[in-house]
Design a protein around this ligand. Structure first.
Ligand code: HEC
Length: 286
């Protein structure tokens, strides 16, 4: 972990524009310099604003600070805003650092924070950490077309670059996982606890592409009802992006949802029956 942080720190320093390289005592010159140094560190670390903002972003931050009763005379907020916009523009993000070794991936789903929302910290939300090793899926491997199709059905915007020569799919061989559901609600999980068991489901896997297409072409209304009646999602152009023994992945634009089947299905016939039963259930639901 130490070496990762160090590597990121190095990358950060290397990409800073020269104008942003100041220390705490060397704030940029300007009529508001003294006021800034005296006032803006009053409630929090003053260095947090080094990340920089767009002019609109600064306007929002300044309004927030006014709401927090930052002690600044009314007539100085204008010059302060100018000082902040001029000296702390939005900063370029550091380049990615590639490190060798086993991978640890945190998969989290949370509402994208908007400026001013609380809490800011994604770590304050429930999360699942998945540990394992990644292996590249070569273009000419037998798995690649299916992996590509399933991924692009789920992430259609990736079509833009999925054809590039340096684009590749990687499969994570999951070794274990750790669930943190909040205070005193944590559990170590085995790989099989978080993976869908595909044993004996070859027939379903072979039928998946056709079943997805059939549902989206001929039963779009049933899919919409799964989403809004059975899952309580908002109305939208819901479609199925993938099917597996444990359930169905649904998408509507940028929204995604997961429908877990009440019991596992392994054959094409059982899948068809499950989808019909669920459609009847959704229609009956008020
Ligand atoms: C009266 C207390 C107070 C003062 C003084 C103050 N702030 Fe803040 N500031 C806050 C609080 C509270 C937050 C939100 C903290 C959080 O949610 O983590 C915050 C957050 C911020 C953020 C982060 C905003 C975000 O969306 O994450 C920036 C940037 C910031 N302040 C800049 C400033 C500047 C510039 C000044 C001086 C003009 C200033 N602050 C003075 C209370 C203050």
């Amino acid at each position: 972990m130490k070496s990762l942080l160090f590597a990121l720190g190095t990358a950060l320093a290397a990409t800073l524009p020269a104008s942003a390289q100041y220390t705490a005592k060397e704030w940029p010159e300007g009529p508001m310099k003294q006021r800034f140094a005296n006032t803006c560190g009053g409630c929090h670390d003053i260095n947090r604003l080094r990340v920089g903002y767009t002019p609109e972003g600064w306007l929002t931050v300044v309004r927030m600070m006014q709401n927090f009763d930052t002690p600044l005379p009314a007539e100085e907020w204008g010059p302060m805003l100018d000082y902040l916009i001029k000296n702390f523009p939005e900063r370029a993000r550091p380049a990615a650092v590639i490190l060798d070794g086993p991978a640890k991936v945190n998969i989290r789903i949370w509402d994208v924070p908007t400026q001013g929302s609380r809490p800011h910290d994604p770590l304050a939300h429930p999360r699942l950490t998945v540990l394992g090793v990644f292996a590249r899926i070569e273009r000419d491997s037998t798995d690649e077309p299916r992996v590509r199709r399933r991924f692009l059905a789920r992430h259609p915007k990736s079509e833009l670059y999925a054809g590039f020569g340096d684009f590749a799919f990687w499969r994570m061989q999951v070794a274990s996982a750790h669930l943190n559901g909040g205070f005193a609600r944590a559990a170590d999980l085995k790989a099989e606890d978080v993976l869908t068991d595909l044993a004996g489901a070859d027939e379903l896997i072979a039928a998946e592409e056709g079943a997805v297409e059939h549902m989206n072409t001929d039963h779009a209304e049933a899919t919409r009802l799964y989403a809004i009646k059975l899952l309580g999602e908002e109305d939208g152009a819901w479609r199925i992006s993938g099917l597996d023994p444990d359930g169905a992945d649904l998408t509507a634009g940028d929204r995604t949802a997961r429908f877990a089947f009440p019991q596992r299905v392994a054959s094409a016939g059982a899948l068809r029956q499950m989808l019909v039963e669920l459609a009847n259930k959704a229609r009956a639901a008020s």
